[in-house]
Structures are given as structure tokens and as C-alpha cells.
Design a protein around this ligand. Structure first.
Ligand SMILES: [Zn+2]
Length: 143
């Protein structure tokens, strides 16, 4: 299957095998209204097995979410069947309302409308600290 087999949309390539579903979940893509192609365990010369996610007619996704879950993925923006932009992901410094604090005593667990804010403390291990209670969450291997 060709990577650019959609006319317009986004292709997220080089996702570690098994993480594609997690990415779809975190991106909050509505599978009832969006056309999504999800290829699991595709062969990759570079990385062994990989997942690929293609989202038709969507050209804007939350890059913080992708950088948080799979910073090694490649994001291709497709227009008229051609790749018009390749986005390099970065591990975000701060994420809001993406990960939830697991500390039951944290204010975000008690106050339903408190924003969930996490700050990066270790990019290598993708460790984040809760703004309110200092609970540490590691996104690396948290799947
Ligand atoms: Zn917390």
C-alpha cells in the first residue's frame, strides 16, 4: 500500500508496532465521522514492524499528543495526493489535558474542571510531573 494513497489528510508513519491504537485513542479522532486507515504490523526495513495511521480530510492533529506517545513517528501532510509537509515531532515541554494524574489525593482528581497540566522533567524517559501534586508519570513504556 502506498503511503500517499489518500488525496488529502494526514499520514502518521513509523509508529512503533502496537502504538497505533493508543495514538488514535489519545488524538480523540472520532471514528464515526472520520475515515481512518489503520495498518498494524507493516514491515519496515528500518524498524522491523511498524504501525501506520492515515486520517482522511484531517490536516491538523495535536502534535503534542504525538510527541508524547511516539516522538519517533513521522507526520506527513497530504494535499492533492502529494506530501506537502513532513513534520518532525518533539517531546512536548508541557501537556494540558492529555494525561491524567493518578494520585487520588491530587486536586485534579477531586476538582472535575481543574486542568491536567504536566511538565516535562526527563525527555529521554518522557517523564512528566503533575503541576499540582508532583506525581511523576512516565510515558515511555506506559503502554
Ligand atoms: Zn497530580
Amino acid at each position: 500500500m502506498l503511503v500517499n494513497s489518500i488525496e488529502k489528510g494526514i499520514v502518521i508513519d513509523h509508529i512503533t508496532a502496537g502504538l497505533g491504537a493508543k495514538i488514535l485513542e489519545y488524538l480523540d479522532i472520532d471514528l464515526n465521522t472520520n475515515t481512518v486507515a489503520f495498518i498494524m504490523n507493516a514491515c519496515s526495513k528500518k524498524h522491523g514492524k511498524k504501525d501506520i495511521v492515515k486520517i482522511q480530510n484531517v490536516t491538523d492533529v495535536n502534535l503534542d499528543v504525538l510527541g508524547l506517545i511516539e516522538p519517533n513517528a513521522t507526520v506527513n501532510v497530504i494535499e492533492n495526493g502529494e506530501i506537502v509537509k513532513k513534520i518532525t515531532l518533539q517531546v512536548p515541554e508541557t501537556v494540558t489535558n492529555v494525561i491524567k494524574c493518578k494520585n487520588p489525593r491530587c486536586v485534579t482528581s477531586v476538582e472535575t474542571n481543574a486542568p491536567h497540566i504536566f511538565h516535562l522533567i526527563d525527555a529521554e524517559n518522557r517523564e512528566y510531573r503533575c503541576e499540582y501534586c508532583d506525581e511523576i508519570v512516565s510515558m515511555k513504556g506506559a503502554y
